[in-house]
Design a protein around this ligand. Sequence first.
Ligand code: ADP
Ligand code: MG
Length: 250
Amino acid sequence: MTAGSNTDFVLAVEGLTVSFDGFKAVNDLSFYVDENEIRVIIGPNGAGKTTVLDLICGRTRATAGSIKFRNQELTKLKEHDIVKAGVGRKFQNPSIYGDLTVFENLEISYPTGRSVFGALTFKRTDAVVQRIEEIADMIFLKDQLHTEAELLSHGQKQWLEIGMLLIQDPTLLMLDEPVAGMSVTERQQTAKLLRTITKDRSVIVIEHDMQFVAEIADRVTVLHQGRILAEGTAEKVKADPKVVEVYLGH
Ligand code: ADP
Ligand code: MG
């Protein structure tokens, strides 16, 4: 593929590099994500996984390379314009409002929703309420709609934050270690949730739990020292001696 050509990929990352004081945390990275794909990124601590998400969402500026999201170049865009273009990103620690209910947390995340500081213009229309209920059902919190978020379990808080992103209907959703600290049952429910939401979008997940990875991944990209060590199905990368040596063997 030649640089600058249009593609059918949702995300086309080419030659992506970021250098922090001469240290290349991400080094000439290229990978492509399809529509409706769940891509999992694995790799040892410090491999550059989180930095890749930081680059895609515009939190960190690339030193070189290109990130095309539906053929739109993201490396020059500001963080909030990348969100507007349809890229949602969940950080490792959930950022929800503990003193608001599940309903209210989803409501403030609704596009053009009222702000936490109380905008006067927002109308709680039937359409908004219906969308909030749909999302709450999807994230297994239908019966907790009027519970204050701080009273939710750790796993439920993670789901709520995913819901707050889903209500904005992103085309690409990126999740950094979403099942860390979750129970086995919550992990299984999260796998189900991810399969449901990729009917309408693509998802990039950073994850360590190989059982969970095998369950959800269409393809796995293994990062090591800012570069791709291996890529393919979970089965294929698990059997790759290079991957076993630098990651799975530890
Ligand atoms: P991972 O998520 O795979 O554990 P990270 O992407 O967080 O790894 O980090 C990759 C490397 O880049 C690490 O060595 C980290 O210390 C370094 N790094 C990440 N962000 C910055 C930054 N803003 N400034 C300097 N170094 C950074
Ligand atoms: Mg990380």
